[in-house]
Design a protein around this ligand. Structure first.
Ligand code: ARG
Length: 560
């Protein structure tokens, strides 16, 4: 804050406002000032020692109304703001429960492909990150005025459907599958794989059934629809709990009739090569294996559908950026896809981004899908909620709404665990760690939010105009003030880097600063000016943490 005004005031002695603004830094600690100007880089241009430059600039900084003092230390000009002037900016944050919005997106459209679960396969812990990182980015971009389009590129095409039809016909019926849940469906799938090992002819049958789906056969389509319905019923419940929404569910099958024109472009441009009867795009020149687009039997592939999807998205949304929130295991797929699109002169080719992330595994090492041990996401949520309920029972047995709070805390803890680190880091999930009320966790932040809410209930209405700002200029209060005022920068940075953890980290930092303040200062005091100021500060913290949690998709209970 104040960077512009400061830069203009320091545009003297041969420096331009741009020179200064570009060089300004925020010191790590408040005792080194609120903002500083390292003068080393001007030394050569001005033919003066950095310290001398800083000393000459100091009085120009101090002449500004919002500057308390400017110190020269070892080539740095350390500027300290008037804490009261800074505190003025807290008032608006205390009055609205949504903070840090911006119009930087200004109607630009960002397509975000996330979650993109596979139909008729378990919605497992491996889908946690794409779902919550994508959901958070979706909300963050919207918050900044972008027109975000959430797309669930459902994995609703592939031979697994043929296998499931065979299994259903052998051991169950379409009616029974429809009546049952995703676990039942999955058990058929698992049984199929076990039995197909000794009965390879089942795979031929499965292929034949899948062919019938592809050819639009009515009976086959009816099975397909039931598998999709059962899966979506289950998946939707999880999405509701995680507060995940989409604007489009156009999945792989949606592109069945949209690949031909893309293949025509590829052919026209001479990009398709025959290889053992299959059609590929040679990417040798780019150091990649060929991109397989049509198999020898004419079947299309994942990549073929992604090409069609890219064209469809460009035409439908005219996106400014198209993001794919998908695990790093698919790095090669996206590199190939983007390269092929470039070769096709696709209009959006430069605006495609793979937003990769690391793996989630369980603390006890149980993640393997190979031996059939799948960790369903729903079960992780249930277990976290169960554990949260126990903790709440111990901490606050008389609270009303216990079940709802346990849901918010348990689910929030799981979401938070995938949004705490930079995306690319692998995560080892531990229930105890994510539910620690004193750690870098959702419950810690939620608890701080509830603490603010409780103080505000106790304090009653406050008047920002009657707040004595001086009362929030001590060190602990001032740290809170500064954290509040830089929240919107963290949201912008989160969008720019496609890293929701910038928001997560910011609200944890704010929560810990508020708690330090809370230990040292009473909020509801007799002196009206002080009380108004502290309630104002508390309300601003509540709204900022609340906004941050909402951006991440985490509930903020008023009581905990
Ligand atoms: N269904 C895929 C999977 O679970 C992810 C799809 C990602 N999106 C895409 N357009 N390729 O691995």
């Amino acid at each position: 804050m104040f960077e512009k005004q400061l830069a203009e005031a320091l545009a003297v002695n041969g420096l331009s406002a741009q020179d200064v603004e570009g060089a300004l830094e925020v010191p790590k600690e408040t005792k080194l000032g609120d903002i500083c100007l390292p003068c080393f880089k001007f030394s050569r241009m001005l033919k003066k020692a950095p310290n001398a430059i800083a000393a000459e600039l100091a009085p120009h900084a101090e002449a500004l109304g919002f500057v308390d003092r400017a110190e020269t230390v070892g080539g740095y000009l350390n500027v300290f703001f008037s804490r009261e002037q800074v505190a003025k900016f807290v008032a608006p944050l205390s009055l609205s429960d949504t903070v840090g919005t911006s119009d930087e997106g200004n109607g630009k459209t960002i397509c975000i492909d996330y979650s993109s679960v596979n139909i008729a396969k378990p919605f497992h812990i491996g889908h946690l990150s794409t779902t919550v990182i994508g959901g958070a980015l979706y909300r963050i971009f919207k918050h900044l005025g972008y027109n975000a389009v959430g797309i669930n590129h459902l994995g609703d095409w592939g031979t697994q459907f043929g296998k499931l039809i065979v299994a259903t016909r052998k051991w169950s019926s379409i009616e029974e599958v429809e009546k049952n849940d995703e676990y039942f469906l999955n058990s058929l799938y698992v049984r199929y794989h076990k039995e197909a090992e000794s009965h390879p002819e089942m795979d031929d049958e499965a292929r034949a059934w899948f062919k019938r789906i592809e050819d639009g056969d009515e009976q086959a389509q009816a099975y397909f629809k039931v598998f999709k319905d059962v899966t979506m019923r289950a998946v939707s419940k999880v999405y509701d709990r995680l507060k995940i929404t989409f604007d489009s569910y156009a999945g792989e099958s949606f592109y069945n009739d949209k690949m031909a024109p893309c293949l025509d472009i590829l052919t026209e441009k001479g990009l398709l090569k025959e290889s053992d009867g299959a059609k590929v795009v040679d990417l040798d020149e780019y150091g990649m294996p060929p991109c397989l687009l049509v198999k020898a039997d004419g079947a299309t592939l994942y990549a073929t559908r992604d090409i069609a999807a890219a064209y469809y998205r460009k035409k439908t949304y005219d996106f400014y950026k198209c993001l794919y929130v998908v695990a790093y295991q698919q790095n090669l797929h996206f590199k190939q896809l983007f390269q092929v699109l470039k070769l096709m002169d696709f209009a959006g080719a430069e605006d495609m981004e793979h937003i990769a992330f690391g793996m989630v595994s369980m603390e006890d090492g149980s993640m393997s899908t190979r031996n059939g041990r799948v960790i369903w996401l729903k079960e992780v949520l249930d277990r976290a909620v169960e554990k949260a309920a126990k903790i709440i029972e111990e901490k606050n047995p008389n609270i009303s709404n216990k079940a709802q709070i346990a849901e918010s805390v348990g689910v929030g803890a799981v979401i938070f665990s995938a949004l705490w680190n930079n995306r690319i880091k692998d995560i080892v999930f531990s229930y105890d760690k994510v539910l620690n009320f004193d750690g870098e966790t959702a419950p810690y932040v939620q608890y701080t939010y509830a603490r603010c809410a409780s103080a505000l209930r106790k304090g009653g209405a406050f008047d920002v105009n009657a707040a004595s700002l001086e009362a929030i200029t001590d060190d602990e209060s001032y740290e809170v003030v500064k954290s509040l005022l830089s929240f919107s920068d963290s949201v912008k940075l989160a969008a720019k880097l496609r890293e929701p953890c910038m928001v997560t980290r910011h609200i944890v930092d704010l929560a810990s600063k508020f708690n330090r303040f809370y230990i040292d200062h009473r909020i509801v005091v007799d002196d009206a000016g002080t009380r108004n100021a502290r309630l104002m500060l508390t309300a601003a913290v509540k709204h900022t943490i609340g906004t941050g949690l909402a951006l991440l998709g985490i509930d903020a209970p008023e009581e905990m």
